[in-house]
Design a protein around this ligand. Sequence first.
Ligand code: GDP
Length: 496
Amino acid sequence: KENKIISRPPVVAVMGHIDHGKSTLLGYIRKTNVTETETGGITQKISAYEVIHKDENGQDRKITFLDTPGHEAFSKMRERGARIADIAILVVSAEDGVKPQTIEAWKTIVESKIPCIVTINKIDKPGANVEKTKIDLAEKEIYLENYGGKIPFAEISAKVGTGVDNLLSLILLLSEMESLEGNLDENANGYVIEVNLDSRRGIMATLIIKNGTIKKGMTVVAEDSLCSTRIIENFKGEMIDEASFSSPVRIVGFDKMPRAGAKFQSFNKKAEAEEEAKKFKTSGKNKKEDTNENNKKIIPIILKADVAGSLEAIEKEIGKIQNDTAEFKIVLSGIGPISEGDVKGVSSGAEAVVLGFNVKADKSATEIAEKRGITISFFDIIYKLTEWLAGEMEAKRPRVETVEVTGRAKIIRAFSRTKERQIIGGKVVEGQINLNSTVKIMRRDFEIGRGKIVNLEKTKTKTSMVEEGSEFGMMIESKIEIVAGDVIESFAVVQK
Ligand code: GDP
């Protein structure tokens, strides 16, 4: 068989501290290298794009940029084992130098073993100090070429465009050294980088192809989500029939929301794809709740509002509702009534929250919601909405079960046992002990068994409870023989 392996374009992620110029750089490259057609005007921008740059031999070469906001690019890269990006660009402002997120990004890059180009930005600014920034980097053990290390670097102004061409050339050089390869004849695989729910079109996802070719008529699987590739769009939103490695594509019509960051595969036969999805389901991997990189549970929100102004304000407020164990993610937002398409992507039993602000729900949307047991909530005052959401987060966040000691008693006297019952006497030293409760039997701080209190007496009269400081007699049912000096502990399992 002839060797079909050829070199493939690099996929590049831009990282760095907030305000150091990541978006400006991505925007500049996009603007100067991509001729975007106005398709419809309202199509959601795909969060990755391709540019063509000439290599040292004057040949046109492609580069794919992940155009995701800072923290998202992060979490994508952090996905266990996922190598969505082939090359990382670490943006450092020459004005501010190394900042906490610079270091955090650097750690992520090192952990993922992705080659990196340090990009010193804002060199046009009067306060820029390139030399100081390089020294600053070296102090943080980020050693640039000629500064004690081998990390290639570029000095740029993302705003004016100085040095950006050189940066693109560096990317191509580095990518050549990495000898990135792929095979056009294989079926495409890669990663889901973004998921959108469109009320008109349904569930769509942006994929980055890491190898192979995706064609119309194939079936894509990402974990247990399936999609027939009837509609494939390039990053400009234009319909295409096929695409291959390193290209971002959007496909439309998933049966359920895939997970951003999930690996995808494509198959010629639908049955094979379904088989793959089944494998995932039975592997038990899907039993885990949908969590992000911090292991926080994600609660999806679908939000419709009457005007753009309130939509924006609400989105901002929702971003502020935080919890250690859960966070909201707006998976779909838009202006207008809640339509059938808005709720169609929400499966039964999902914990998604559907919200309408100053809008109503279409009859068909209400029907679907009822059928699937999805509640749609309506508001006309923003703070009421956010208050309600805070309560929802509290109700939906994952619970940890903990065992809390509610009472502790020292055994002073232990009488003989008959069968599995024993009479003992003691004193409550903490909390209270209740009749019919199950207690732990502790000897030298170790639990040696459990027992159930079947009879409880205080000053020779039957009682249902003895409190701290009181002496008692009790009959306990247990497999363990209790002796004087043991401690019994009553406990409750609480959800926190
Ligand atoms: P991000 O948070 O890293 O995406 O940073 P942004 O791209 O949003 O940039 C933050 C601010 O720095 C914006 O006001 C940009 O206009 C400005 N900025 C970014 N790059 C440059 C640059 O090269 N020169 C100058 N003068 N300003 C820049």
